[in-house]
Design a protein around this ligand. Structure first.
Ligand SMILES: [Fe+2]
Length: 299
């Protein structure tokens, strides 16, 4: 039977809460289509009060597309590599169970791949009493509000995204993660993506950069860094940001083609244990008609 559920917008331009919906129950096609529309409309959805096994979490995620396995395989759930553990738990021998300091910088998941993530679903199995919020920013609204001359500049540029560079920076910063082996570093060579991309389902343009973007292709180092910094400052203005305070059993599903996110710190002695699945998306592109239309208008 179709489930009735309530949708409430929490952010200014994006982010909605869904209540009264049980993801553990079978999901018929019409209901799934409604959920998909809600997700596309709001960019990020928090489903409250979910009680899911790993298989159910994977099953729901896979309705949206093929799942991606995180390259740091030691942090994937044993026997179930589609689930990445974002956790500060430790094995009995002291080794970290998951990535404790995951995503503490603005980024869009797995943008270092040719076909980056469509979306990520993070499911809260243990949350600290304080801290550990996740901030999100709306790259579609931020793109719409760009000064026209800057939009014209950015739509002609591509950024280079590289996993190993970011990992090394975080490893140095926190000391909480292991250094990558040569093999791990070589597994994901740098890739280029447009700095403004067209959403393949809504057709909306969105900025696309973030923490895996190491430089702007073909630009001198200093100018490149200044531009990446400018973009980050622009998209993280309070009017584009929503800060999510996790409740136990929240499942948050965000659209990596539209939003960036940033994890925040929490007291180390408190447990935070999350399961993440990642749905594979398309190779980012910019609609040539949009490009031609924008370039023909005066900045
Ligand atoms: Fe992330």
């Amino acid at each position: 039977m179709a489930q009735a559920f309530q949708v409430r917008r929490l952010g200014q331009t994006f982010f909605a809460e869904v209540t009264g919906f049980d993801l553990a129950r079978p999901l018929d096609e019409p209901t799934f289509a409604r959920i998909k529309r809600v997700h596309l409309e709001h960019g990020v959805v928090v489903f409250r009060d979910q009680h899911l096994t790993a298989e159910q979490h994977i099953g729901f995620s896979a309705r949206f597309g093929p799942l991606q396995v995180h390259p740091m395989s030691q942090f994937n759930l044993e026997g179930t590599p589609q689930i990445l553990l974002v956790s500060n738990d430790r094995h009995p021998d002291g080794r970290p169970v998951g990535i404790a300091d995951a995503g503490r910088y603005w980024h869009t998941d797995m943008s270092y791949l040719q076909e980056p993530a469509l979306g990520s679903m993070l499911y809260a199995r243990a949350v600290p009493a304080e801290g550990g919020d996740t901030m999100f920013c709306d790259m579609t609204a931020a793109c719409r509000d760009l000064p026209p001359a800057m939009r014209q500049k950015l739509m002609r540029l591509r950024a280079v995204h590289h996993f190993a560079s970011r990992w090394a920076r975080e490893q140095e910063k926190s000391g909480m993660r292991p250094a990558q082996t040569r093999e791990e570093q070589d597994r994901n060579p740098p890739v280029e993506h447009p700095m403004i991309r067209t959403h393949p389902e809504t057709g909306e343009p969105a900025l696309y950069a973030g923490g895996f973007a190491v430089r702007v292709a073909g630009m001198a180092e200093e100018e490149s860094q200044a531009l990446l910094d400018w973009v980050e400052k622009w998209v993280t203005q309070p009017k584009f940001v929503y800060r999510h305070h996790w409740r136990l059993h929240d499942l948050v599903f965000w659209d990596n083609r539209r939003v960036m996110h940033h994890a925040t710190v929490y007291p180390e002695q408190q447990r935070r244990h999350m399961h993440r699945t990642t749905v594979r998306g398309n190779a980012p592109f910019l609609d040539p008609q949009y490009l031609a239309r924008e370039l023909s208008s005066t900045p």
